[in-house]
Design a protein around this ligand. Structure first.
Ligand code: HEC
Length: 468
């Protein structure tokens, strides 16, 4: 019999693995976007400083660069591998898909990242020590390499939403996977927002300058950067929404609260207001205020944005062929990949999942509850919390009044067909549906033993059939 090689599930009771990945990733986005934005801003400032005989601006680059060394580069270098570790265990096949499709893109990313890290040290420690032309070239190289790391990662993130060109499914090809309308819109949106973050975080550095005239000058530049980028970001956000795949747009409409879009635009307006304030009255730019704004960007801007991007991609985790629960849900001839759904439909999860404990392969009265728990862990826990808190708790959808048989029927109807837009197709054999329903019953408070006894035992005929 064909087996499906799902890896063991990483289960975080309470919060769920998704939120842990989200937490690390959100913090990482703050660090990485701020530093990429700053790199380009530095290239501009260095140029401006030399043209207008303003060596004092190089001081700002030096201060901000040093701050970023600690804020972005150290913490970014910790959270970056953190994303790799957490996503690899949370979604081994999603990561595998990204590596198989983009191995040279990742290599490029890391080469450029090394240049970027060396570059920021040079920019900070060689300011005032290098001649003008060399320093300008250095700042330009630093800006461009930083931005290249952004371009590469955005192409890969867009592929996670959906491959750039539909032709990729048939013929493969890294460029078809990488470039699509969503890639450019997302690049535009992230570019705008990274400048907004650079302007916000730069305020923490500028607020400490004692010389009032110099502070006013720098605060003004940061404020304009912030205002223009927030406005551009709002426009890019609309463009980005228009490039989403149809399913994502529907999920966005149906599953996200109606206030989501106005909230994003409201936050951007708030940011713009803050920048106008620091522009008009530079004395309002203080370390605590700028730090609070940085935290606000993280909590009210990046967290909802990253969580939304993750949820509208559902039920897929990568390329619209790897489901969030790791099952391959469609054929990709271009990559020699075939859907696992027919195998599961034919034999069920318990028989085909490689890491299934042998004692659970055949469901009996004695192991039904445990089989249900393992099924929930493997096929649902990636998106549903199995306890009361956390992400979409599974028990919340059912009342203690529904019988196990009703729940089983409901699950089969909803999940086996694959008609639920936001959930993977999860074909459940009758005995598997019953086991899952028994487990869900145990979560909602129906005593498991009672339900198991009250139900007709379908396990024997079913398991015979699936063993064939
Ligand atoms: C890819 C992620 C994903 C997986 C895997 C998943 N679900 Fe869901 N499920 C969702 C989303 C998204 C919703 C929408 C409801 C919400 O946002 O609260 C949902 C809703 C539901 C609902 C509410 C009814 C409905 O149709 O809206 C039930 C019941 C449910 N899921 C059961 C399950 C079970 C049982 C499993 C495992 C066999 C499972 N889900 C696996 C994402 C998932």
């Amino acid at each position: 019999m064909d087996m499906i090689g799902l890896y063991p599930t990483w289960f975080e009771p309470g919060v769920g693995s998704g939120w842990i990945v989200g937490l690390i990733a959100t913090i990482h986005v703050l660090f990485s976007h701020t530093s990429v934005g700053a790199a380009i801003f530095f290239a501009f400032l260095a140029n401006y400083a030399h043209r207008n005989q303003r060596p004092d601006l190089l001081e700002f680059i030096r201060h901000y660069g040093l701050f970023l060394l600690v804020f972005s580069y150290v913490l970014g270098s910790i959270t970056g591998p953190g994303i790799w570790y957490s996503t690899t265990v949370a979604s081994p096949r999603g990561i595998s898909a990204l590596i198989h499709s983009f191995v040279w893109m990742w290599a490029t990313e890391w080469v450029f990242f090394v240049i970027e890290v060396v570059g920021v040290y040079m920019l900070v420690y060689l300011a005032n020590k290098l001649d003008r032309q060399t320093y300008l070239k250095l700042s330009l190289i630093f800006g461009l390499t930083s931005y290249t790391t952004m371009l590469v990662i955005v192409g890969i993130l867009s592929f996670m939403m959906w491959p750039g060109k539909a032709d990729w499914y048939e013929h493969g090809g890294v460029l078809s996977a990488f470039y699509g309308p969503n890639t450019f819109a997302q690049l535009g949106m992230r570019t705008a927002f990274m400048f907004t973050m650079t302007a916000v975080v730069g305020g923490i550095v500028a607020a400490r300058f004692k010389d009032a005239a110099f502070k006013k000058d720098v605060a003004g530049k940061l404020a304009w950067l912030g205002i223009v980028s927030a406005a551009a970001g709002a426009a890019m956000f609309q463009w980005y929404l228009s490039t989403l795949p149809e399913t994502a747009a529907l999920v966005l409409e149906n599953r996200l609260p109606g206030w989501f879009k106005p909230a994003v635009l409201g936050i951007l307006a708030g940011m713009a207001g803050y920048f106008v304030m620091t522009l008009v009255r530079p004395s309002t730019l203080v370390v605590s205020g700028a730090s609070a704004m940085t935290v606000a960007v993280l909590v009210f801007g990046l967290w909802p944005e990253e969580v939304t991007r993750e949820s509208i991609r559902k039920p897929w985790v990568a390329g619209q062929y790897v489901y969030s629960n790791q099952v391959i849900g469609r054929d990709v001839p271009g990559m020699g990949i075939t859907s696992e759904i027919p195998t599961i439909e034919a034999h069920g999860f318990m028989k085909t999942q490689v890491f299934m404990p042998e004692g659970l392969r055949t469901i009996t009265d004695a192991n039904r509850l445990e089989a249900g728990r393992v099924l929930a862990l493997t096929t649902c826990s990636n998106c549903h919390s199995l306890s009361s808190g956390g992400m979409r708790p599974l028990k919340n959808y059912f009342t203690a009044n529904s019988t196990t048989a009703e729940v089983a029927e409901y699950l089969q109807a909803g999940l086996s067909s694959g008609n639920t837009l936001y959930m993977p197709q999860i074909p459940l054999k009758d005995d598997e549906a019953l086991a899952l329903a028994t487990y869900i019953g145990s979560l909602t408070g129906v005593p498991a033993a009672a339900t198991a006894l009250a139900l007709p035992s379908v396990s024997t005929p079913m398991s015979k059939e699936s063993a064939q």
